[in-house]
Ligand binder design. Structure first.
Ligand code: DAH
Length: 342
């Protein structure tokens, strides 16, 4: 190989470069000449076979050819990129003055919003949040809550049974009371237990098969009905307004004795007042009572030493009251027209 061969290689390479019409072809050309197995590399490899006296001239020429080809390649590559850009600008013009597309904003489900309001109020009152399971044994859902098998009060809850004997979907959050007492193992308790409950009901505007409840439980020495009343009153005023009056009616639940239901007076300036309160002006917000001795015992507490109060409320019901929503089915239908209002 001699310097002439280098010039022929150069001429051939430049001619082929001319024929490359786009970036991909150029890159292939580059590999062909400058890749690891490329022709230029091979040419440099020949250097050792060249007679000593021609080496310097050959080397210099090889370097010149390499530099010339590299320069030509880079120019051609830049030109090809520019051409491609021009083509894309003219065939697919982009109007940078168009307004952007607004991202869709998500929001919390109204049920989540009211749950968080409830958590915040009870957190301020010194309550902790304790979560328990949605699938329960019959014993937890009924028996330890002072309803042995065949107790008539079981009919208060239309129950979903599972295919596993004695395993049910919890019909209320009250079984959480037993879990929390057993976990607290004799220490004082002040918790709320929020969560989903399930009832085997015909779905209608007024009843759903799944819904949230928030249970409350306070256990300790000297806990009284007055503490229950004070707690509920503080909660009602934070939740529904500072002027709310709390009314207590006697009631029945197997797991509390005495048992009460709590109403609040509904604001007089609400145009829905009559309809919501069926003309009475009072609205029920929860069930509550002093924890039954049998329930304390089931939780491992000694009813001779401690007392407790408990309550259970329906946060979705409260939301319906606040916003005069008259169909409970709206909650889980995922209709954005409904959800976006909150
Ligand atoms: N578990 C009751 C229900 O689902 C609500 C309830 C009433 C809970 C009284 C309580 C309570 O803790 O003391 O209807």
């Amino acid at each position: 190989m001699a310097t002439d061969d280098l010039r022929r290689l150069e001429a051939q390479a430049l001619e082929q470069l001319q024929q490359c019409s786009d970036e991909a072809a150029l890159r292939a050309w580059n590999t062909h000449y400058f890749g690891d197995n490329g022709l230029m590399k091979a040419a440099f490899g020949k250097l050792k076979e060249i007679p000593k006296e021609q080496k310097a001239a050959f080397g210099a020429e090889a370097n010149r050819v390499k530099a010339a080809l590299t320069e030509a390649y880079e120019k051609a590559l830049a030109a090809a990129k520019e051409r491609a850009l021009q083509i894309s600008l003219t065939t697919n013009p982009l109007d940078v003055t168009l307004p952007g597309r607004m991202p869709r904003r998500g929001r919390l489900h109204p049920a989540t919003q009211i749950l968080r309001q409830i958590y915040a109020i009870f957190a301020d009152l010194g309550f902790q949040i304790y979560r328990t399971r949605e699938v329960e044994t019959d014993a937890m859902n009924f028996e330890y809550l002072n309803m042995p098998a065949h107790h008539p009060a079981r009919d208060m809850w239309d129950t979903f049974f599972t295919t596993t004997p004695n395993v049910v979907l919890r019909t209320h959050t009250s079984p959480g009371q037993i879990h929390v007492m057993r976990a607290a193992a004799g220490r004082p308790i002040r918790v709320i237990l929020p969560g989903m409950c399930y009832r085997n009901e015909a779905i209608s505007t007024r009843s759903e098969i799944q819904f949230y409840q928030v249970e409350g439980l306070v256990v300790g020495e000297g806990v009284t009905m007055a503490d229950l009343k004070g707690t509920i009153t503080a909660f009602a005023r934070r939740m529904f307004g500072p002027d709310r009056q709390v009314r207590i009616r006697s009631s029945y639940f197997p797991f509390t004795e005495p048992s009460i239901e709590v109403d609040i007076d509904w604001p007089h300036d609400d145009p829905n007042r009559d309809r919501l309160t069926k003309g009475t002006g009072w609205l029920e917000i929860l069930g509550a009572g002093m924890v039954h001795p049998n329930v304390l015992r089931a939780g491992g507490y000694d009813p001779q030493k401690v007392t407790g109060f408990a309550f259970g409320m329906g946060p979705q019901r409260m939301l319906m009251l606040q916003h005069a929503i008259d169909d409970i089915r709206l909650f889980w239908q995922n209709d954005l027209r409904f959800l976006q209002q909150f």
